[in-house]
Each structure stands twice: as structure tokens, then as C-alpha cells.
Design a protein around this ligand. Sequence first.
Ligand code: SF4
Length: 47
Amino acid sequence: MPVNPADLIAGDELIPCVACDLECIVDQCHPLMDWMYQLAIVEHTEE
Ligand code: SF4
């Protein structure tokens, strides 16, 4: 399924998985955790 580009952005930060060259262990990924934290802040701010 096509992805909505808006779902890949938190505030002005693009999800770190784009162009990522780390060894991927999703549930231990600090860049992704930081991005999700940013997303939660943005969504909370927009409420
Ligand atoms: S979850 Fe982390 S390691 Fe995996 S692709 Fe995304 S940013 Fe890279």
C-alpha cells in the first residue's frame, strides 16, 4: 500500500528509517525512539 508522506514526518523531522544504514533492531533503535517521542510531542501540541 502507498504510504502517506505526512505519516513519515514528526514536526519537521523525517522518520530516521529513510536512508538509514544502521543494523536494524527496531525495538532497540534510539533514532526511532527519539523520532516517536518527537511525534508524540507534536501530536500533543496540536491538540
Ligand atoms: S528502525 Fe532504526 S535501525 Fe531500523 S531502519 Fe529505522 S532508523 Fe534504521
